[in-house]
Design a protein around this ligand. Sequence first.
Ligand code: APR
Length: 242
Amino acid sequence: MNLDRVRGWVAAAGRVAVLTGAGMSQESGVPTFRDAQTGLWAHFRPEELATEEGFRADPQRVWDWYAQRRAAMAQVAPNAGHVALADYGRRHPGKLTVITQNVDGLHQRAGSAGVLALHGNIFEDRWVEPPRACCSSRPPVEARPPRCAVCGNLRRPAVVWFGEMLPEAALEAAEQAAQACQLMLVVGTSGAVYPAAGLAHVASEAGARVVVLNPHPSDLDSVADEVLRGTAATLLPKLLVD
Ligand code: APR
């Protein structure tokens, strides 16, 4: 494994973009998307739980599923990989851009600044219909899900559901970071979901070196200049040393 070679690339790069996926949080014990569908939820398909149609069909069921995932995620802590990225970002202001597909907020909790959360944040809510003046005129009615006391507009998790557009500003900033970096680290993602996975191709086509950190083969191995077979919490502290 060429840790020294990649360490040299990290040191030599002016700008480093980091694209992370569920594997980044695996060592924190975050129940991944599929793991969260255990027990009570196992017999629901993702389309019934993580889509606007699923939410409109049964708002309470979807709200309760996210409440369970929020409770589970509130119990976990950033791992050594999250901390290594946050510490490196503090030591080298402006050099690192963390782009994540994760909704668990662990990069932010570890102290990374300017995290581009492409799929939103599970701890935040938003209105399902465009909010009217009444929606912000008083606290929502405490219900599952909470709703506007006047017009009945419902709150929903502020995450990107299947088939929904990604937050434009975050995606635009992520594409710019992928274009401008000399090195992209792709950590803990299968590379199966676009447009996030496409950012590795953007970086490579712009002339950056791409390094995959993953204990298993991924769809982005083919675009990588180097593949480090290992986990986020073991590899990142070894790479981000200066
Ligand atoms: N360290 C690094 N990588 C790991 C670790 C680890 N400890 N454990 C697992 N992995 C890798 C797996 O080998 C896999 O390639 O993390 C990857 C996780 O892949 P997915 O579960 O597909 O997660 P992700 O790539 O983030 O999925 C993308 O799809 O589920 C939807 O919207 C959801 O954001 C998610 C998107």
